[in-house]
Design a binder for this molecule. Sequence first.
Ligand SMILES: Cc1cc2nc3c(=O)[nH]c(=O)nc-3n(C[C@H](O)[C@H](O)[C@H](O)COP(=O)(O)OP(=O)(O)OC[C@H]3O[C@@H](n4cnc5c(N)ncnc54)[C@H](O)[C@@H]3O)c2cc1C
Length: 474
Amino acid sequence: MYDVAIIGCGVIGAATAYELSRYNLRVVILEKENDVAMGTSRANSAIVHAGYDAQAGTLMARLNVEGNAMAGPLCEELDVPFKRIGSIVAAFDDFDEGVVQKLYERGMANGVPDLRIISAEETKALEPNIADNVRCSLYAPTAGVICPWEYTLAFAEVAVKNGAELKRKCEVTAIEKTEEGFCLSTNQGEICAKYVVNAAGVYSDKIHDMVLPHAFDLIPVSGQYDLLDKSEGSRCNTVVFQCPGLEGKGVLVSPTVHGNLIVGPSAEEVDRDDTATTAEVLTMVRNRAKRAVPSVDLRQCIRNFAGVRANSAVDDFLISRTENFVDLAGIKSPGLTAAPAIAKHAVELLKEAGIDLEEKENWDGKRVRIKFNEMNEEQRRALIEENPAYGRIICRCNTVTEGEILDCLHTPIPPVSVDGVKRRTGTGMGRCQGGFCGPRIVDILAREWGVSPVEIPQDRDEAYILTHETKMGN
Ligand SMILES: Cc1cc2nc3c(=O)[nH]c(=O)nc-3n(C[C@H](O)[C@H](O)[C@H](O)COP(=O)(O)OP(=O)(O)OC[C@H]3O[C@@H](n4cnc5c(N)ncnc54)[C@H](O)[C@@H]3O)c2cc1C
């Protein structure tokens, strides 16, 4: 019998496991996919929002501002890429100016630090490529950009290192209330726990309904993006938002923490697992982006992707506790930002439910990984001398070495696919999108795992790259 079962290992489940791993508890995380961060947490704008969007007085407003403040020290401790580059919401007409004023007032009520409205001249000084007709903007220096999947992975790795169990490919299909807690039916058998945390993202309504009467509906809303090459990475200095208006939330143009430029998202109601992109929607996204940053060179697009928001009719997160069951449901944007604060809040809710929180003496929250491309010549030489695998560059776009790929195979949550390696080391994220390094990674994985290359999936199980061997010997 576990103390806590967490359903879902996106950023919310992972951050909750990380917080709970500080205590002497038996914690299990159940994730239906073959890796962590396979849902919304890997496909979003990757902005650490300042906190002026949410209505004052909501849980979302409080947890956004708290989560933003936590991101700096946490990313330092967890070795997660994060840059506090600030954001602007640019106004281009009378309507926009009214919106900027409202957002400013909301931000002040939410306690967003250093928020101010800046003139057209100041905006242009900050963002020389902004459209000439900019009137003013809301400047939030505390906003930042982060690597969302590494944030998720880092939380989960630290949790596992400190004793939490992660069961991948483990789908919860039913939950039964028992005298001592709950019994969860999964494709890996029955798993019992005294407390259950529902962090199932766009499926959190389904999990809720397995335990409690139906209380809310989720509305999955897709957001499609263009990701541009690093040659466009300095087109903007901050996250450039447009005003949310009658057409929906504005399209942003922003540097990513990896040095690319991201343009998007759109907003269309879809099925929960629909992460398709379409030419029609992307054309709309591109046209809107050009309204704010006309010179953006969209021919430099290296990838399109889409993520699905767990929206609901309520303008807040759907966080609540019923006895020993905690819902962390409907975690729409700014859920990535709020994740560490949501996790602390979840622990408080479990405490209210009577969980015994005895701190571990030897909890270790530190995570470090070797990043060859951030080292100077001297450090590189020393590393290669120690282990020649760091001298073999596998990903030429991002200068990722074989040594780093081998390292990630020995982390607390090793990858099981080529994209799993990508999320852990940055391979395949450059201009060639894995065209050059992909086959070499397949070879390394096949060699290290002692399997045939045809058994290596690209991402999800059975998404094989190679169908069969062509040279079967004589
Ligand atoms: C287009 C878009 C842009 C966004 N931009 C931002 C942003 O810039 N900043 C920000 O702060 N937030 C942003 N967000 C919101 C943020 O991405 C989400 O709030 C956050 O990722 C939600 O995390 P989660 O863990 O709740 O969900 P998920 O990451 O989806 O994780 C849920 C997990 O549960 C698993 N699961 C589901 N059902 C089961 C089951 N039955 N058994 C076992 N496992 C199960 C899934 O496989 C999944 O891995 C954006 C979202 C979108 C879609």
